[in-house]
Write a protein that binds this ligand. Structure first.
Ligand code: EZ4
Ligand code: CO
Length: 402
């Protein structure tokens, strides 16, 4: 089998997605996701202008060799644009492999290791009362694990809480919006939120929280200690993760489990986080970390150090990544949990898929390959719109982490 064509489809059914379609001489095609929120066209150009011409004529079964060709062959390594582009190719090749062999991708990754993939939902509210209502709704929907974020008194807007009554979607069309942030107010508020959630909903539900890179190590240590009575499943991204050893300080102070890595791209970015056992869950995901070929190595490395996966799964990861995450999560031994933020109805129509949610778990389905398609005609009715994630400043105007 040979690759005869490869092209990019950019569409925006509610938000932007970059999808790669690789076609073979046997009529089989594969799909890959290359979406990088707020920087989509950089990946599209990296693929169209620099990568896709090199794929024509290659054997799509050579996933390892093609991965190395794109990673080592570029000379310039790592980074979100490069790794999302490599990921898109890798995903599409595994999709082709599965379709050619007539088997779901999970069978190529080791086969089923569990019955279903535990997922967590997002609950949020403008204040604690609203957040509690939303937790209740998600429990009724059958979720067993729920991330909880709420508005903070005195802070006009914050990460994870919608400002309108549309579903939460951080990237917005137009130029970047700006928000203001107070760490002091946040640190006082979050323990109150989780005390109320535990009191109302009991001990069984797994609770998660995303700090979204906004604390220093000692602040994160304080929050982790304050949250210990409420037994969180994890505290996510307490720090920006470039300085891996920053996590050591948190670890000295708290037993609240730590998850990080959704903005990391390679095994080298997380090497110390994992080998020093500074984290419990690694959040790297297929699309931003080089696809199955690389993420499988990261997961196997993490397994040596008792670190489990908790892959990023926000709506900027397209249904192609979501399907891939479910095949991956079903197959590997050290799976922890998978984030699940449902896509808009338009997105689900553009990307027909065989995965589904039932009673707290998701299932990739048994279609050969990834089990996701793209309706290109429908996709063309949702053209690209430039969109950005927000920018965040401290109350005095200092530029900070969003
Ligand atoms: O801000 O996917 O855990 N989920 C997250 C996400 C990220 C977005 C960035 O594009 O932190 O909401
Ligand atoms: Co996050």
């Amino acid at each position: 089998m040979k690759i005869v064509n490869a092209r990019i489809i950019v569409c925006s059914p509610g938000r932007n997605f970059v999808t790669l379609k690789i076609e073979t001489d046997e009529g089989i095609y594969g799909l890959g996701d290359g979406t990088l929120n707020g920087r989509e066209l950089a990946v599209a150009s990296y693929l169209t202008d620099h990568v896709l011409p090199c794929l024509i004529g290659r054997d799509p079964f050579q996933t390892e060799d093609i991965w190395q060709y794109l990673y080592r062959g570029a000379y310039w390594r790592r980074g979100p644009v490069t790794m999302a582009a490599i990921a898109a190719v890798d995903m599409a090749l595994w999709d082709i492999k599965g379709k050619a062999l007539g088997t779901p991708v999970y069978n190529l990754l080791g086969g089923r290791s569990r019955d279903g993939v535990l997922v967590y939902a997002h609950a949020h509210g403008a204040d604690i009362e609203e957040a509690l209502d939303d937790v209740g709704k998600h429990l009724e929907m059958g979720y067993l694990a729920i991330r909880v974020q709420s508005g903070i008194p005195g802070v006009a807007s914050t990460y994870g809480v919608p400002t309108s009554n549309r579903p939460y979607e951080p990237a917005e069309r137009g130029l970047p919006s700006e928000s203001r942030w107070s760490t002091e107010d946040y640190l006082r508020h979050v323990p109150k939120l989780f005390e109320r959630v535990r009191n109302q909903f009991g001990e069984q539900v797994a609770l998660l929280h995303d700090c979204h890179h906004r604390l220093t190590p000692i602040e994160a240590a304080r929050l982790g200690k304050d949250l210990e009575p409420f037994r969180l499943f994890w505290m996510e991204d307490p720090l920006p993760a470039e300085l891996q050893e920053g996590f050591a300080l948190i670890r000295q102070h708290t037993t609240t489990p730590i998850a990080t890595g959704e903005v990391l791209n390679s095994i080298w970015d997380a090497q110390e986080l994992i080998s020093c056992q500074w984290i419990d869950y690694i959040r790297m995901t297929l699309v931003h970390s080089g696809g199955f070929t690389h993420l499988k190595k990261i997961a196997d490395y993490a397994a040596l150090y008792h670190v489990r996966t908790g892959c990023h799964g926000a709506t900027d990861l397209s249904p192609v990544t979501m399907a891939g995450a479910l095949h991956f999560g079903l197959a590997i031994n050290n799976f922890g949990i998978q984030e699940h933020m449902p896509h808009t109805a338009e997105t689900d129509l553009v990307f027909p898929h065989s995965y589904h949610f039932e009673a707290g778990y998701m299932y990739p389905g048994d279609a050969p390959g990834l089990g996701v398609d793209i309706d290109e005609k429908l996709a063309s009715t949702f053209p690209y719109h430039r969109a950005y994630l927000p920018v965040n400043r401290k109350m005095d105007g200092t530029l900070f982490n969003w």
